[in-house]
Design a protein around this ligand. Sequence first.
Ligand SMILES: *Cc1c(COP(=O)(O)O)cnc(C)c1O
Length: 383
Amino acid sequence: MTNRIYLDNAATTCLAEPVREAMMPWLTAQYGNPSSIHGTGREAQKAIHLARCKAAEAIGAEPREIFFTSGGSESDNWALKGYAFAHRTEGNHIITSSVEHHAVLHTCRWLEKQGFRVTYLPTDAEGRVDPDTVEKAITDQTILISIMAANNEIGTMEPVSQIGETAGKHGIAFHTDAVQAIGAMPLNVKKLHADMLSLSAHKFHGPKGTGLLYIRSGTVLQPLIHGGAQERGMRAGTENTAGIVGLGEAIALCTKDMEEKNRRIACLRDELTEGLLRRIPDSCLNGPRRDRLPGNCHLSFRGIEGEALLLRLDLAGIAASGGSACTSGSPEPSHVMRAIGADDERTKGSVRFTLSDETKKEELDEVLRILPPLVEEMRRLRT
Ligand SMILES: *Cc1c(COP(=O)(O)O)cnc(C)c1O
């Protein structure tokens, strides 16, 4: 079953048509192993190099600083574990925030079991990490700071360039999970003072199962996956040629005419947000109004179960989400909502709509038409 209206682009995005076209040869006739000496292998190698150049250009890096992975989760795991274990003789303290993606949070929990100490910084009521609290948390044992560029649930853009600058000033490595940020805001690893940065292709109209970790030249990491000499000996395994080519195409596309595209998306997003808040009493916006991902609308409706509302929306052909795709189905309430101090009712009644470049005004008009009476009915049934 497919939904007519897809508003869950923070969970994943559709594969852009030019990306699919760029990938096709590498899924069919051009199947050579990029490590092989023969012509078909060398062609695959060349295609991967081209994708690496495109990825590097999109974030202001050098091609040799780009390492392809299986996605955002692997990149986050690698950055944290790889850096922590390579530098454990220099210190055992890591600083992160309480609103990170589970790929960072659960990795940190695991690192704690391995003897590292982790500080999970609080945020303000809009999910923002204060750069001053980062600086105050630094000790002489701190080796790594990892703060996301933008939050996947409530859309908060974090002051990462300030945090990166602070890290650099203290000689501490800085990693940022920029999975939600690429294409939504300018990302330049030098301006961010980032030593490591994670991306995932399926979040920007590329294929699933492909991502990258930027590792600044001179930054020392342990590999996470041992084996062959792929990715300059840093990440073993035969390359996902089609996926990598797709990532290269998608990253070039999503960073092209970014400002204009995002202005349009934010405009649509504001219409949806304001329209819903106006039509539905006892509703509120979660996350900030400014410095917010252009496609993110995260609302709470008091007195309803968000999950139940999502099912009804689904029946009406609208795909939305309860904050994070990775936590739905689990009874745990959102750690992000908890971090911003939301009470139970606000947390339970939250729904996330995330737009993309493909979202049309008519689709949002339909949500504005369908959702308010749904919420009203659900509230009526409850009392
Ligand atoms: C989706 C997401 C991830 C995980 O990426 P995968 O490619 O799905 O493993 C990590 N961090 C953030 C912020 C995300 O939104």
